[in-house]
Design a protein around this ligand. Structure first.
Ligand code: PLP
Length: 381
């Protein structure tokens, strides 16, 4: 049986909740949207959560809501999913790529600070692979330079820093629920906000610039003028079908995260003795990791593409997370004006290998992966 890279964990409870929505007329902007947003905000102990159609949409609207735009610079990691930089370009601001810490794979004050200029407006901090970035130090830096922070927690729902969940540290925080994530809505995302004004702006932008729908208006189905648009917005709504799925997934998050942690621990036991193979950190002081992916670093001498091919021959999926954004074909020509110097990003980008990792991965599947990887590495010695 092929072993996929990722797989959603859907139970009968999710299927029942989605089916129940289909038996109502409220497929969008209905009670499941309000319920999912309320549950998501409560889980994070924040006042406002706004569900959106994707993490990318969330990043786009977060930047707009913080009034970042043309002429502004936003410091971003290059060792990240490409949407992080694309969202900055979509609002006509300039992403400035910063290097990362080799252990946490996250931005740090020492990689960010040298890049701050009078044009810098924001730091977009990604909690890479579910490892929390040092938000206390980054917030202190941002405060010193009057910058805002957007937290990208798309890969890190449930991760904690000193017992505080990620998503509560940024001026706005963004989550993603693509099916490879810890919890999924099929496609989808959410933005956490601290203020009513930010939540209203996000809800307006999400819904073609219409006046924000408050949850109680949706519930009572009072008419809001559907053809009145005070500002230019987008269709970044998340359907009630998706919200029902997300609401049930969120109610199971404790179980999901602990199963993923157990799977990470099993990989440790199976792989840690392979010479030259570097494992991701299993624990870090003050941090609770939310296991999104399991990414090892291959020995410097290893040829990654051949290893991937050997695993693929055994029906084991792998991925090379992340090819640095500044080296992507789509970005290469856009950043000729400044040559990012990102040695950690570039070295890591060529050595990482994501192994199959999902909530219900079985020990027998992990054993197959470990033995195939062991043999593939042995053929290269
Ligand atoms: C760090 C990060 N930011 C943003 C996104 C974009 O989310 P989506 O695919 O839901 O648009 C992802 C998705 O994988 C991500 O990992």
């Amino acid at each position: 049986m092929p072993i996929p890279l990722s797989a959603p964990d859907i139970t009968e409870a999710e299927i029942a909740a989605v089916t129940a929505v289909l038996r109502t007329p409220h497929l969008s902007l209905g009670p499941e949207l309000a319920a999912f947003e309320a549950a998501f905000a409560k889980y994070h102990r924040l006042a406002h959560a706004v569900a959106v159609s994707s993490g990318t949409a969330g990043l786009h609207m977060a930047l707009l809501t913080l009034n970042i735009g043309e002429g502004d610079e936003v410091i971003v990691p290059s060792f990240a999913f490409i949407a992080v930089a694309n969202a900055v370009l979509h609002i006509r601001a300039t992403p400035v790529f910063a290097d990362i810490d080799p252990v946490t794979l996250n931005l740090t004050p020492s990689t960010v600070e040298p890049l701050i200029t009078p044009r810098t407006r924001a730091i977009l901090v990604v909690h890479t692979f579910g490892i929390p970035a040092d938000m206390h130090a980054l917030r202190a830096l941002a405060t010193r330079h009057s910058l805002v922070i957007i937290e990208d927690a798309c890969e890190a729902i449930g991760a904690e820093l000193h017992q505080r969940r990620v998503g509560g540290f940024g001026d706005l925080s963004v989550f993603g629920f693509y099916p490879n994530k810890q919890i999924t809505t099929g496609e989808g995302g959410a933005v956490l906000a601290h203020t009513q004004a930010h939540a209203d702006r996000l809800r307006s932008l999400r819904n073609q610039g219409r006046i924000a729908y408050a949850a109680d208006i949706v519930q009572s189905q009072k008419a809001v003028d559907w053809l009145h648009h005070p500002e230019i917005g987008f269709n970044y709504r998340l359907s009630d079908i998706a919200c029902a799925l997300g609401r049930v997934q969120l109610s199971r998050i404790g179980e999901i995260l602990s199963l993923r942690r157990a799977a990470a621990e099993r990989y440790y036991a199976l792989l840690a003795d392979i010479p030259g193979l570097q494992m991701p950190p299993l624990t870090l002081p003050g941090c609770t990791i939310s296991w999104f992916v399991f990414v090892v670093r291959l020995p410097q001498t290893a040829h990654r593409a051949s290893i991937q091919a050997l695993l693929s021959d055994r029906a084991i999926a792998t991925a090379s997370y992340f090819a640095p954004i500044h080296q992507q074909p789509a970005w290469r020509d856009l950043i000729v004006q400044f040559q990012p110097h990102l040695p950690t990003t570039e070295t890591l980008g060529s050595r990482t290998l994501a192994l199959p990792f999902f909530t219900r991965i079985a020990l027998s599947q992990q054993e197959q992966v470990a033995s195939a990887l062991r043999q593939a590495l042995a053929t290269q010695n």
